[in-house]
Design a protein around this ligand. Sequence first.
Ligand SMILES: C[S@@+](CC[C@H](N)C(=O)[O-])C[C@H]1O[C@@H](n2cnc3c(N)ncnc32)[C@H](O)[C@@H]1O
Length: 382
Amino acid sequence: MHDDDRPTGAFPYERLRRFPDVEAPNLQAWDATDLLLADRGTADAVQRGLTGREIAVIGDNYGAISLRLAAAGFVGVRVHQDLATGREAFRRNAEELGLEDLQIPSELERGLLDGARLVLLQLPRGLAELEEYADAVARWAAPDVVLVAGGRVKHMTLAMNDVLGKAFEVVEAELAVRKSRLLVASVPRPVPERPPFPVRAAHADVGLVLYAHGGAFAGPRLDLGTRFLLGFLDRMPAGEAVDLGCGTGALAAGYALAHPDAVVVATDRSAAAVRSARETVAANGLEGRVRVEHDDAGALLPEASADVVLLNPPFHLGASVHAGGALRLIEAAARILRPGGELWTVYNSHLDYRRQLRTVVGRTSVEGQSGKFTVTRSVRRP
Ligand SMILES: C[S@@+](CC[C@H](N)C(=O)[O-])C[C@H]1O[C@@H](n2cnc3c(N)ncnc32)[C@H](O)[C@@H]1O
């Protein structure tokens, strides 16, 4: 039996789906932490006599927490999810369960947390992302807010308590239940005048300024693979370009600066990346030339519409090393490129995506290799 399986009460968790996110027999749309947060959230809300409008959920992956609250009668719960895939899965799950229009999807801004007295949070992996959430709760929620943050014990570190402790006077760790644990934070500390995010860094050697929100890949640093691919910009054709999985927007901004007549679309499934890339675009004076979209694998972009696609693919899917995420973006590149258009990819040399690139996109040549990274050019077959 899967260790997350247990009687789940009246709520039909088994009807929740991850689609359009990757689905597989060993991947389900809720975990033990969702159950713990939903149980705890419902009990706390009942005990304190809270209404749905006083509850916010952050990181509700596929909707398990807020849909369970809606099913229990809490209407108007505000929900934030970072991933475009999670937002779409949540929308579909709500519709399937007849619970649509009962929650308020929100970006990470004041409106998500204003007046909230209970915030339920699926702990993110990164401490910077946690710090941004903790600051937002301390900054915008009600003074008597209780932040209940949960995670899988194997992914939790004591540094998470310290990050929460910077924003809250009281942080208590509860006993683990079914390999998940809750951290409960209360009594918000006074916040600094300026929020800690986005963080800015100037990279004079490549002529770029990067902005990063907590959840963005590599933060304001320039990833080594990204830096390597930037060295090939002048060998790429000028035209309509797409930065697929743009993160903070380094490739999109670099390409636009190198090709002053080009038009660029940068797209990422993470809202934190999208916000960061928009700020990077503005900081480099590229507004009007680089558009940033929040979507999954460039799904909003028309077929055969790009001359160039830039790709530094992910190789982690959640906790497991998995090439599925990269393959999804390679397939997206093939769809978006015009025949004869070029996909420029950088990857860790040991992953060797050449075969997939050749099969899915077309003729693929190695354009450069550093110690750790390979850059390839794939020409979209007609
Ligand atoms: C290795 S990072 C590269 C970021 C940026 N291009 C750079 O070079 O710094 C991969 C990025 O792809 C994004 N990503 C992963 N899967 C995606 C998908 N299905 N659709 C859109 N973006 C995705 C991640 O959110 C992440 O920002």
